[in-house]
Ligand binder design. Structure first.
Ligand code: LLP
Length: 463
């Protein structure tokens, strides 16, 4: 049987043992600043406000479901990363978390660079005016056309992911009369998960060139010989939603080991090291992420120490946070539809979106919290499961949550920390239309990605 195959019904109908659930929060109306965007609060009527605007007004104007993005918070987080790493390092925002032209402009203004991993992301970045030399181009299977476009545009670096790509990029760059700056992505043999550090099966995945067996060293050797390439550094990305810095520590140790090997063999000290992204955020009050300045300090110290040990000049460090910048800045607001109490189990609360706007719960068993946001309530908490409107029993937005017992159809509820990997992974499943992204700042709200329409759907269906 396939490892992931499971009968969807029984799996999701599992009833957890009594006492499994944490107690309901002391105050269901409280909005934990750890999971909500910076400018979120409640007004005197009890409605959630963001950037000074009540969510009820946003829902009226833009409809539901909608992703509401706190631009002030986004800029503050981007700036915090930039400041934490200072002028001797580079911060590349990972566009895969969420990308739109407005976001590209904010990043540009705040002095960040951008990591893209497809022709589509590259096109978005360029069309919003991100200078090409501040763009890094990633991917394990970049097409010839994508490479061509990236080199022609003059991207600051292409992160090479395989032996074939080394030859391919060199050839394309040369044919265009260019020398392309490149980093080589290696797999260092660590796989980091939240709170966990697993050193097994690490090389059994599609990204990068394994350090093991001298493959990464061989890749650098080959790349150094090619006229079309300027090898500027080594790249390592160890995973996502990581809280524990020990994975980065081992990764940095191994990358620096390779830099030393390259220096000893070729007399070349590569000037850059990229430690990737993957820094975790709080999805629920139980999560404790680190601040950018703590992360910057820890990573810089690790690399400096390792380089001193290897008698190498400390290379310029770069990082690629996606989730840690955009994740906490947005929430998804839904309207409550049907409410179905199942005796002795829990109450199913259906909303007007679901797995098409947030696949992370179904895909990764991700945990979220949820709050009533159109009003406050003093009713007793009820154990709920927030589900979507799709034709699947696995269509779950929040698996276990407490909402007030007087919840009623028409109420608005919101799920915080949906800024990363929700809109960017949204689908049209069941021909449900993808929600808009509304940016809010200083009392103003504007659509930065509009709601999909039935016309959009039918335009692609050529009959
Ligand atoms: N750099 C590289 C090379 C990456 O592959 C990624 C993420 C990042 C940076 C940014 O990672 P972040 O800081 O956002 O964790 N869809 C999954 C996450 C996939 C991440 C893929 N690569 C999720 O929803 O959790």
């Amino acid at each position: 049987m396939s490892r992931s195959a499971h009968p969807a019904g029984p799996r999701y109908a599992d009833v957890l043992p009594e006492g499994h659930y944490s107690a309901p929060p002391a105050d269901l109306n409280a909005l934990d600043p750890k999971v909500w965007a910076q400018t979120v609060g409640r007004d005197e009527d009890g409605a959630l406000t963001v950037g000074g605007i009540p969510v009820t007004r946003l829902a009226e104007e833009f409809g539901t479901p909608a992703y509401i993005l706190d631009e002030t918070d986004f800029r503050a987080r981007a700036r915090a990363w930039r400041t934490a790493f200072g002028d001797d390092a580079d911060v590349f925002y990972a566009g895969k978390a969420f990308l739109s032209r407005a976001v590209v402009r904010w990043l540009h203004e705040e002095g960040l660079n951008l990591d893209v991993c497809s022709g589509g992301e590259l096109a978005t970045a360029l069309s919003a005016g991100m200078p090409a030399d501040r763009i890094a181009f990633h991917g394990n299977n970049k097409s010839v056309a994508e490479i061509h476009r990236a080199v022609e545009a003059g991207v600051g670096r292409i992160v090479l992911d395989s032996f074939q790509e080394i030859a391919r990029v060199a050839h394309i760059a040369q044919s265009l009369g260019r020398r392309q700056r490149v980093q080589i992505r290696i797999t260092v043999g660590v796989e980091a998960h939240t709170h966990e550090f697993i050193a097994t099966a690490h090389e059994d995945q599609k990204f990068g060139i394994p350090l093991a067996g001298g493959q990464a060293a061989e890749a650098v050797r080959r790349a150094l010989q090619l006229d079309g390439l300027e090898v500027v550094g080594i790249h390592s990305h160890i995973g996502s939603q990581i809280f524990d810095m020990s994975g980065f520590e081992v990764a940095a140790h191994r990358v620096v080991g390779l830099l030393k090997e390259i220096r000893d063999e070729h007399g070349v000290e590569l000037p850059e090291i990229d430690l990737g992204g993957g820094l975790g955020i709080a999805y629920t009050s139980d999560d404790d992420p680190r601040e950018p300045h703590e992360i910057a300090k820890a990573l810089t110290e690790i690399v400096t120490r390792e380089c001193e040990g290897a008698r190498l000049a400390t290379p310029r460090i770069s990082v690629e946070p996606g989730r840690a910048i955009v994740g906490p800045t947005a929430f998804t607001v839904y309207e409550v539809g049907t409410i179905k109490p199942l005796d002795g189990l829990r109450t199913y609360v259906s909303v007007d979106g679901g797995m098409s706007d947030n696949i992370r719960t179904a895909l990764y068993d991700a945990e979220y919290s949820v709050s009533l946001v159109s009003r406050s309530s003093d009713a007793e908490p009820m154990l709920c499961r927030v589900v979507g409107k799709h034709c699947e029993s696995g269509d779950i937005v929040v698996r276990d949550a407490f909402l007030p017992g007087d919840l009623a159809p028409g109420d608005l509820i919101a799920v915080p920390a949906t800024g990363a990997y929700c809109r960017s992974m949204a689908s049209n499943y069941n021909h449900v239309l993808r929600p808009p992204v509304v940016a809010v700042a200083d009392g103003e709200a504007r659509v930065i990605v509009r709601r999909e329409t039935e016309d959009d759907l039918l335009r692609l269906d050529v009959g």
